[in-house]
Ligand binder design. Sequence first.
Ligand code: HEM
Length: 405
Amino acid sequence: AQQIPDILSPEFAEDPYPVYRAMRESAPLLWHEPTQSYLLSRYADIERAFKDKESLYTTDNYDWQIEPVHGKTILQLSGREHSVRRALVAPAFRGADLREKFLPVIERNADELIDAFRDSGETDLVRSFATRFPVNVIADMLGLDKADHERFHGWYTAVIAFLGNLAGDPEVAAAGERTRVEFAEYMFPIIRERRENLGDDLLSTLCAAEIDGVRMNDEDIKAFCSLLLAAGGETTDKAIAGIFANLLAHPEQLAAVREDRSLIDRAFAETLRYTPPVHMIMRQTAAEVTVSGGVIPAGSTVTCLIGSANRDGERYRDPDSFDIFRDDLTASTAFSAAADHLAFALGRHFCVGALLAKAEVEIGVGRLLDAMPGLRLAEGFEPREQGVFTRGPASLPVRFTPVRD
Ligand code: HEM
């Protein structure tokens, strides 16, 4: 295990996949001093951690990992408390609410961003679209004032810096805590006002949600909205940029998706497997656990390397090739315990926004393809991924032939 590069090394940041392979092969359980956690790299071990029904793995790690920036969120809840909270929020992200209330929001926000560059024949898809679109969608779904979207985007940037601060930079940590305070000062009056005047938006839905007399208080709702910045923003941001980076690197697959838009779902699922937006999810052990390669003591932090699990040769044939037509992928990115990859996790905390993300990708990618015939990377540009905890293309300058009408 000695020669395996550290997950905080420049070598890992450059290309984590060979490092993951070395871990899976020779150190599937590896103590990591800087994060004081055990690294798990095999699909089977991580799947077991996510699907755990014996309460061996808890999400108590989120108390220090995310509470300082978000407050107490659904991710920290367990048991019945979690089931009730999940039932309170989940309906807003699927079915009739998604179709009737939120698809128009997604469409309008995609068009608005694309209109800003559609005539120019060039743009940076990361800067002009991916980093903006999912955050604008969430702000608009919540029914926030358009004039506040820029502030919302600023909080988004601070939140993801906080969550990605594996090396523990104190300034980033302090900025994260300031964000929690500012976000609360902004949201509380809006939540109170919305309770008085319920509308069709997501915030009203959260205010009104009730199960067996249980409702969310203002703090619960504010923390959930804060979580959405990272959980619903950064992830979908990196997924959309990743789809384009992967398709541009495989022009025949880009052509196939352009030809048949129903393949966007496959491009999404394969991108989530091949280059997942979230590379690492932590858990805390409540008891001693036996995994490949040894035993994890009770009370330990465990880092589940999703980016590694998704390239595990025990699970996928030819795991290091990007192939939207692979037959060990069914593109079932909906709510299903038998998912195609671990990018949305599994089990109790399985991403509650998976269908919303899918809708954003179908609409966003579809409209971008419509607006960008002849799509190609800018001459001489080599895409690079950045990030360790979450990861995605740093930038994606492209050229295309503007559509003249
Ligand atoms: C949970 C990934 C989009 C909201 C999760 C988890 C992952 C994940 C890995 C599990 C965390 C854990 O088990 O500790 C992703 C990816 C997305 C995406 C890769 C996009 C491609 C979204 C969207 C929303 C969202 C659009 C907006 C509603 C949430 C929430 C949870 C969650 C609220 C917590 C669920 C719970 O604790 O029960 N997501 N997510 N996500 N996601 Fe997503």
